[in-house]
Design a protein around this ligand. Sequence first.
Ligand code: N01
Length: 544
Amino acid sequence: YANRRGTEGPYADNLDIDVLVVGAGFGGVFCLQELRKRGFRAVIYEAGMDLGGTWRWNRYPGARVDSEVPEYEYSWPEVWKDWTWTTNYPNYEELRLYFDHVDKVLDIKKDCAFESVVVESEFHEDEGKWHIKTADGRTAKSKYLVVAAGFAAKRYIPDFKGLDKFQGTIHHSSFWPEEGVDVKGKRCAVIGTGASGVQITQEWGPVAGSVTVFQRTPNFAVPMGKRPLTVEEQQSQKVYYPRLYELREKCFGGFLFTFSEKNTFEDSEAEREEFWYKLWNHGGFSYWLGNYKDYLFDKKANRAVYDFWARNVRARIGDPRKRDLLAPLEPPHPWGVKRPCLEQNYYEQFNRANVDIIDINANPIEEFTETGIKTKDGELHEFDVIAVATGFDITTGGMTHMGLKSIHGTTLQDEWKAAANTYLGTTVSGYPNMFHLYGPQGPTLLSNGPSSVEVQGRWIVDTIKKMERENLKYIDATEEATKKWKKHINELSDISLFPTCKSTYMGGSLPGKAYEMTCYAGGIPKYAEEIRDALPDWKGFRTV
Ligand code: N01
């Protein structure tokens, strides 16, 4: 793209536009299109080479979405009317094709500058504009800045001793080589058992010479329920799509199901079993966000949900040692307060002679050597290929690494070292006319991505439109409103079991990151109401 520099259009030097959007994933593309519809001149800066956001970076073996389609797609009729999927849980390759289709229908790329990494961004109060700089030295000015960098923009690689000594092949899950890695007959390791680690293990078990999973915490994975979809089946359902996209915003997580109206022990034991098997057999996140309404708040109810899960999973694992590590009788933390992965045959992998698991709580990783990983017991485990599936600087990493400077001269990176502070999960005090979505203090990881993005994206576009109507130079969230929002975020989570466990919801794995709720835990419908409520009178904003 370098040769497009200095030309007209999104790659131009000294770009001067209404809105600069950072990130070309689900959020950025949604905002761009909705802004264009309202007559704004908007451009996307994207660090990668194409549309698709997380689905361009996360191309590790087996990468597949854990929200079902058509929930996991845009509600735009012009896009869904001519698009069908091959399965209800598409992999990253099919999701990339989907973005190609979105581009074909909406001509998104004509307003995108790829390989454009934002390194400086500062709002000039006098002028009422953001000044933005990219890594290759281009500059842009825009009245509004929309940060759609996603919750997983900054990968996290633990500081393992001797990591750079390893002579074999090693990659982080979110930076897997485009051409893949041939593991046939090779000795492989997977570090981490989040969604990425689980999916890699499933993919490698049948083909690799050996797979060793380094587990710190078991993943309470539930059956995905993946199945093929026919074109006819999907076309016949399309008449319901408009209703369905309305409905998903009325459900807690932006899926097409929500929590039961009952508490766990309102049902008899037999009724509970029947209900749980129904969720289990349906698959997907229904056992998580469609379960009894009290189980994420009440320890006894949660234990019953865990015991059902453990009973079903333990029955699938032959080796007693592996069984106790993957699905222990005593849960290490409440069920569902860490995001469960959707699995297809994860547990069966451990019935293969070539797949093993190491409990790194009991036997931690000491160091990497030229040939493998040495554990505390002194054993050297030799590998040809290692997948580092240790996650991200979750939720805030994208925003804190784009050189954002406040009107008070501070940087977001410094300000958020101790803790993230936003107003409504869409704005940050001291950063006027900046909006973010699918990031900190919104529904984000507790929701279906496209649902969150559409609720927040529409709000952002309506806010900008209202500002223009009222001839405002800028709006800035007040510190008082920010404090109240934080209190609200914590109150929503403190009544639940979420704070009892270090998880991506509570800041993730990155050492030193604040142990605090990163998402809005009140559900999408309530969230949408609350952010809308701020608009009529600019509640919580200073307007200039
Ligand atoms: O990362 P994670 P991810 N030594 O942070 C372990 C979503 N996603 O890439 O649990 C050893 O979840 C850590 O252990 P512990 C996904 O939903 C979705 O898998 O902290 N291990 C954990 O097991 C999630 O929200 C999809 O004890 C270390 C793992 O690494 C987000 O993206 C696919 C360690 C990290 O798990 C990130 O998921 C992929 C260390 N020093 C991801 N540090 C789908 O749509 C951390 N770990 C299917």
